[in-house]
Design a protein around this ligand. Structure first.
Ligand code: FVH
Length: 292
């Protein structure tokens, strides 16, 4: 096989994401064997050149590289628990917890397979569209990653984050958790203007630009976490920010908006201030979240 010959692989799971992945490998000329619990989902891909397998075991037997894109960790067990994995390179793109990824790696290795876990930072329409900016975190066997790097890069860019199989899932969930925090803030902002004569469509670019301008603050947080000095480069200290929180809560009250998304964060800021950390940035909240 030369570097220019698209290598064969098997894909288990043809839901929205699996189907998007399959289309990109087929379009790039990779011989692709597919399996799905509900076989009808393979029909359209078969018309496009994929080889449907009758069972998960047959799909695994067909190729060394086996990619999984199933609903959750239980579905991986349901599909593969009785399948011979000896000598296989398993790449699991199913969303799981870091702990599930680590035990799945041990499970695969006990069965004689190499294991790589993946966390997909994209939605199906972004797959195969470079400019959409989607990518996949990978962690686990570095040898497996290097061996199949070119094939794995076909649907979306790859970012390898280490030999700990749980790290891809951890990066995935960490980024998505931050995203939900941003969605929570945006929901509160839209609620504040909801009953006013303010067009949300005119408001949205203001909100998006502000969030983008503020997003760079994560680099300062990271530098402070690394140095341990949370007063390093502080622009707006904790005391000043806590002093401002009643204004936010009173505005919510005045607009008839529940503070339930904002109040927990303000509570953590107050707790940190009460520990005598007036001159710090907001970074101390990170430590308050860590359970003892
Ligand atoms: N779609 C998205 O936006 C997100 C983007 C980020 C990554 N996620 C994760 O990707 C995994 C697959 O997601 P999906 O979008 O393909 O999900 P579905 O369309 O719901 O397809 C689920 C497939 O899993 C099969 N399946 C479910 N249970 C079992 C089982 N017990 N045994 C074998 N296969 C099972 C299901 O088969 P069927 O229902 O068609 O028979 C689909 O192939 C997922 O981890 C996302 O979190 C997607």
């Amino acid at each position: 096989m030369t570097a220019h010959t698209p290598s064969p692989l098997s894909l288990l799971g043809l839901g929205a994401m699996g189907t998007a992945l399959a289309r990109t490998w087929l379009a790039a000329g990779h011989p692709l064997t597919v399996w799905n619990r509900t076989p009808t989902r393979a029909y359209a891909l078969a018309a496009g050149g994929a080889k449907p397998a009758d069972s998960a075991a047959a799909a695994v037997a067909a190729n060394t590289l086996v990619v999984l894109c199933l609903l959750d960790d239980d579905s991986v067990g349901a599909a593969l628990d009785r399948v011979d994995l000896t000598g296989k390179d398993l790449v699991n793109l199913t969303t799981t917890t870091p702990a599930q990824a680590r035990s799945r790696a041990a499970w695969a290795e006990e069965r004689g397979a190499r294991y790589l876990d993946g966390g997909i930072m994209a939605v199906p329409p972004m797959i195969g569209v470079r400019e959409a900016g989607g990518y996949v975190f990978y962690s686990g066997s570095p040898e497996l990653f290097e061996a199949h790097r070119a094939t794995l890069a076909v649907p979306a860019d790859t970012t390898y984050v280490g030999g700990d199989a749980g790290f891809a899932a951890l990066h995935d969930v960490a980024l998505l958790s931050a995203m939900y925090g941003m969605f929570a803030g945006a929901a509160h902002a839209f609620a504040l203007i909801r009953r006013e004569d303010i067009d949300p469509v005119v408001f949205a670019p203001l909100l998006a630009d502000w969030l983008a301008a503020m997003s760079g603050s994560v680099h300062g947080t990271a530098a402070q976490l690394r140095s341990g000095d949370y007063t390093e480069g502080v622009v707006s200290n904790l005391a000043m920010q806590v002093a401002g929180t009643p204004t936010f809560l009173a505005t919510a009250e005045g607009q008839g908006v529940s503070p339930e998304l904002l109040a927990p964060y303000f509570g953590l800021m107050r707790r940190r201030l009460d520990l005598g950390r007036a001159e710090e940035d907001l970074t101390g909240v990170v430590d308050l979240l860590l359970r003892q």
